[in-house]
Design a protein around this ligand. Structure first.
Ligand code: RFL
Ligand code: PHB
Length: 390
């Protein structure tokens, strides 16, 4: 088999890149080690920046997102029993975010790919990129007991944090930057109306909590938990009690509870690999970087990577020039580090860090107090939350 761009990974990064390439007449094949249902069973992001919404429109798969997605003009921070609303729309001169689940967005991209004749090979095991240092890279994989080979011009590593692409460059000068946080998020998805029409990020002495949503009938809630906790140890009732205990009383009494559809614990991590290019192999999305979910930036960063890489690929195929691909890593990393900084700072602001002691706690409280009264501080938070320009 031969294609122009071999894409490893059929998450949002791989699917968005594949669709932009297909739309531009550039041949591509996507490989994933699991199948469609497995990918759609992963409950992840919910908040889309305008840049991500625009990119979905460019893929041609954005129609349902506009119909069912919920535009949000603001969100609230709760601490010391009071709420501060960050009016994103007013503070950024009219910008907003869109609440639309990653599961739905991924399904839309998969359906559009199938409808436009894109090739995806699911359940491909042992996927391996080869010879990307030279001029003739190829990818091998196994399916149904047979080894296959795809020759290509370039390889896009869109295979997430535990993928094979970054693992393949560990001895090629890649530098890893990492910070691991001493807690995780226990998330619960339920078909109950959200407690509030906007998101609430709560800093409470019992730990962080987040009230999010997927639609007017489906809520997504999170609470900070120690890394030693296991999801089996959390009944639905225990989750609802803990969530309510961390919210201001007038909000807590409005929480509508119900049986969980999904419940899971995710560890929190900041991670960046540099550079993002190794000859003819390019790292994209979670394969290259991870942010703690507090700033809602992971999926949105995948979108900006795809944007920069697609520009380079378009130039490569239409003008036979490497210049866009040559600057991909540098351009993407500048935006990645700003999102890393924001996600880290929002994580440090909103969680409880028992090891930081009383001084750390006082500094956090004073930063929250400053935020509640300073338009400048709120503007900086709003500007980052809606997403910095590409
Ligand atoms: P993905 O989605 O992990 O997809 C990678 C794909 O690659 C496949 N794969 C392989 N295929 C072949 N061979 C191999 N060896 C392979 N290894 C892996 C996998 O099966 C998979 O299908 O990466 P991608 O596409 O870069 O997308 C990144 C996003 O999924 C991620 O950044 C976000 O979900 C992060 N995130 C959030 N981002 C936001 O922008 N806003 C949010 O509100 C937000 N909330 C979240 C989040 C992530 C969370 N978790 C659980 C990590 C909330 C949570 C709880
Ligand atoms: C979510 O809805 O899953 C979500 C929303 C905002 C975040 C993180 C996760 O910051």
């Amino acid at each position: 088999m031969r294609t122009q761009v071999a894409i490893i990974g059929s998450g949002p990064s791989g699917l968005m890149l594949g669709q932009l390439l297909t739309n531009a007449g550039i041949d591509n094949i996507i490989l994933d080690r699991v199948d469609r249902d497995y990918i759609l069973g992963r409950i992840r992001a919910g908040v889309l920046e305008q840049g991500m919404v625009d990119l979905m429109d460019r893929t041609g798969a954005g129609a349902r997102m506009h119909k069912e997605g919920l535009p949000h003009d603001g969100f609230s921070l709760s601490f010391s029993g009071r709420m501060t609303r960050i009016d994103m729309n007013k503070l950024t001169g009219g910008k907003r975010v869109m609440v639309y689940g990653q599961t739905e967005l991924t399904a839309d991209l998969m359906d559009h790919r199938a409808a436009t004749g894109g090739v995806t090979i699911y359940n491909a095991s042992g996927v391996t990129p080869h010879d990307f240092d030279g001029d003739s890279p190829y990818v091998t994989y196994e399916k149904d007991g047979v080894t296959h080979r795809i020759d290509c011009d370039l390889i896009a590593g869109c295979d997430g944090f535990h993928g094979v692409c970054r693992a393949s460059v560990q001895d090629k000068g890649v530098q890893n930057f990492e910070k691991v946080y001493p807690f995780g998020w226990l998330g619960l998805l339920a078909d109950v109306p959200p407690v509030h029409h906007e998101l609430i990020y709560a800093n409470h002495e019992r730990g962080f909590a987040l009230c999010s949503q997927r639609s007017k009938e489906r809520s997504r809630y999170y609470v900070q938990v120690p890394l030693s906790d296991e999801v089996e140890g959390w009944s639905d009732d225990a989750f609802w009690d803990e969530l309510r205990a961390r919210l201001p009383a007038d909000v807590a009494e409005k929480v509508v509870t119900g049986p969980s559809i999904e419940k899971s614990i995710a560890p929190l991590r900041s991670f960046v690999a540099e550079p993002l290019r190794f000859g003819r192999l390019f790292l994209v999305g979670d394969a290259a970087h991870i942010v703690p979910p507090t700033g809602a930036k992971g999926l949105n960063l995948a979108a900006s990577d795809v944007h920069y890489l697609f520009e380079g690929l378009q130039e490569f195929y239409s003008d036979k020039k490497w210049s866009g691909l040559d600057v991909y890593s540098e351009r993407a990393l500048r935006r990645i580090w700003k999102a890393e900084r924001f996600s880290w700072s929002m994580t440090m602001l909103m969680h409880r860090f028992p090891d930081e002691g009383a001084f750390g706690q006082k500094v956090q409280e004073s930063e929250l107090d400053y935020l509640s009264s300073s338009t400048a501080a709120q503007t900086a938070m709003a500007e980052n939350y809606v997403g910095l320009p590409y």
